[in-house]
Design a protein around this ligand. Structure first.
Ligand code: SF4
Length: 65
């Protein structure tokens, strides 16, 4: 199944993705985006792909698990 992955070496904690997708992402203790492990639904995928393209550091990907 497809899940959101965050590259913590890149994430600067701007919060854009967390606020756009609170059902998928939270902040970790360092203030970086943290996926909660929810499967990406077909209904949400288009919006998530837009968020991926908007991340200022290209830290977000969708991975197959
Ligand atoms: S949009 Fe990118 S840089 Fe901002 S919190 Fe999300 S992953 Fe981190």
């Amino acid at each position: 199944m497809e899940k959101i992955n965050i590259n913590k070496d890149r994430c600067v904690g701007c919060g854009m993705c967390v606020h756009a997708h609170p059902e998928y992402l939270v902040f970790d203790e360092m203030g970086q985006a943290e996926p909660i492990g929810k499967e990406v639904t077909s209904e949400d995928k288009k919006d998530i792909l837009e968020t991926i393209n908007s991340c200022p550091t290209e830290a977000i990907t969708i991975i197959e698990e």
